[in-house]
Design a protein around this ligand. Structure first.
Ligand code: ATR
Length: 272
């Protein structure tokens, strides 16, 4: 019988995770099956329990259950602790190991797939919600000169700065505070793109060689990427590479094998 894995969320039908993990399993010859599982909004814990009882070995967790998964975990990796959210569960006997592979996925996409170093660069992170918190530690591990967190509600950016101050050089403010920021990498971690909106961005955020990165993955360029292009930015990326890399990192946690990600990123970009 194959080992069972699933992505759990609500809604879940749009998830690309089953396609990605099925390709990884074929490629690395793992005897496993990966499906999409919907949980009722008020029944995440029971749905996980049932999946475990049926022989499940691990799960990916997506919206809106990452906090519940964090609370359910009996052990946490450091990156999950700092993210205060879990996107990967590994079932190990009685233990539920909670991990968060989102930030590492982002950092790997930027450094490996997009061939852009984070070390010694000036980074602007837009947003101070759960998505932003989840990527700060893995970005700081690459030792940028500065990681500036800009948010509409400044207090939330300041709180994140305080949380991560011991890990690197952080700044916090609203978007206008970074008007002459001259950032090398600007990452949109707000949920504004989901509503086809854009935070009020000043001109002057970007330089000639900036990378503009939207963590959201969509078929059409997001408002943020359109804005960046209008500002003359040539290096644009959406979250498809991050999506695949966070999956690869989960797969590595479960199976101890790192799958190749190039083909599936290419395929997802082709089928947009
Ligand atoms: P997520 O888990 O996706 O990060 P969240 O925790 O609700 O969701 O955070 C949403 C983030 O997107 C916040 O940084 C939010 O800014 P505020 O803290 O000021 O609310 C940001 N955001 C959402 N819509 C936005 C918009 N139209 N303009 C600017 N920022 C927006």
């Amino acid at each position: 019988m194959p080992d069972l894995y699933a992505v759990i969320g609500n809604p879940i039908s749009h998830s690309k995770s089953p396609i990605i993990h099925t390709e990884f399993a074929l490629q690395t010859k793992q005897n496993m099956q990966y499906s999409a599982l919907i949980a009722p909004l008020d029944d995440f814990v029971e749905t996980v329990k049932t999946f475990r009882e049926q022989g499940g070995k691990g799960m990916n967790i997506t919206v809106p259950f990452k906090l519940e998964a964090f609370e359910l975990s009996t052990q946490l990796t450091e990156r999950a602790k700092q993210a205060q959210a879990v996107n990967t569960l590994k079932f190990d006997g009685d233990q539920l190991l909670g991990d968060n592979t989102d930030g590492t996925g982002l950092a790997r996409d930027i450094t490996i797939n997009l061939n852009t170093t984070i070390a010694a660069k000036r980074i602007l992170l837009m947003g101070a919600g759960g998505a932003a918190r989840g990527v700060i530690l893995p970005l700081l591990e690459h030792q940028p000169i500065v990681l500036a967190i800009a948010n509409r509600t400044v207090k939330k950016a300041q709180d994140l700065k305080q949380q991560f101050d011991g890990y690197g050089h952080l700044k916090a403010g609203n978007y206008a505070d970074f008007v002459d920021g001259d950032f090398d990498i600007i990452i949109n971690a707000t949920s504004a793109s989901l509503d086809d909106e854009l935070p009020q961005l000043p001109a002057g955020l970007f330089n000639n060689n900036s990378l503009a990165y939207d963590m959201m993955y969509s078929n059409e360029p997001t408002r943020f990427l359109i804005f960046a292009k209008q500002q003359g930015v040539k290096h644009l990326a959406d979250g498809v590479g991050m999506l695949v890399e966070q999956a690869a990192e989960s797969f590595f946690l479960w199976r101890g094998i790192r799958p190749n990600t190039k083909n599936i990123i290419h395929l997802l970009n082709q089928t947009k």
